[in-house]
Design a protein around this ligand. Structure first.
Ligand code: URA
Length: 222
């Protein structure tokens, strides 16, 4: 009997983001900020989702825009919540090494932010509505920073930014263009830390290095 053709879905796209309650107002608020400092103060007083009840403080950004490279992680952890800065814990130290040794610029020359501006309690995964509401801030932040390239750190940030619900192995190693903006996904520094001492560590480090080179070419830094 003739077999039906095998259909391969090569690029499954994440379900379109549905409008959550409060999102249009949140977008309007974010759009009204004309500078990063205005946006930062909007974020600091944000109460759009339940995370405002458990955060110690909001975590807006670190670094600057001079290199044209923007790193985006998932969400603040305990150290970041404490200090009000992204990537200051162990993963942050690893990220600093990637920036200084991989790109060859100072940490303060790249812009660092997260999809979420508040720490989810016990570092649980962000809920879809929390991400949707916080996207209003992130989208405006990206507009105002206007980076030449975005490096998405880890699968959560990569899926969120590219809209492609794929494994990290399939997302990385290429430049995705979203609204004309280049996005280069790579492994999260925490993933590298978890692999330290194992046989996969060297291989993953090499892949991250390749992704960073790709991002540098996009930013004209190679
Ligand atoms: N992990 C992230 O994704 N972001 C941080 O700021 C710290 C750890």
């Amino acid at each position: 009997m003739e077999q039906p053709p095998v259909v391969k879905v090569l690029q499954p796209v994440a379900a379109p983001k549905r409008e959550v309650e409060g999102l249009p107002e949140q977008r309007a608020l974010a759009a009204s900020a004309t500078t990063l400092e205005e946006l930062r103060s909007g974020v600091a007083s944000c109460e759009a989702c339940g995370l405002c009840e458990t955060r110690k403080q909001t975590v807006f950004s670190d670094g600057g825009v001079s290199s044209g490279v923007m790193f985006i992680g998932e969400a603040p952890g305990a150290d970041e919540d404490e200090q009000g800065l992204p990537f200051v814990g162990r993963a942050g130290q690893f990220l600093t090494r990637i920036i200084e040794l991989g790109i060859g610029v100072k940490r303060e020359d790249v812009y660092i932010a997260n999809v979420l501006k508040c720490r989810p309690p016990e570092n649980r995964d962000p809920k879809p509505d929390e991400k949707a509401l916080c996207t209003a801030w992130l989208d405006r932040q990206i507009e105002l920073v206007n980076p030449k390239v975005i490096v998405a750190l880890g699968r959560h940030a990569a899926v969120h930014l590219t809209g492609m619900d794929l494994s990290m192995g399939r997302l990385r190693g290429q430049v995705h263009r979203v609204n004309g903006r280049p996005i280069v996904p790579t492994y999260h520094p925490s993933y590298l830390i978890r692999q330290e001492g194992s046989s996969s560590f060297v291989r993953t480090k090499k892949l991250v290095w390749e992704d960073i080179q790709l991002a540098m070419r996009e930013a004209g830094l190679a």
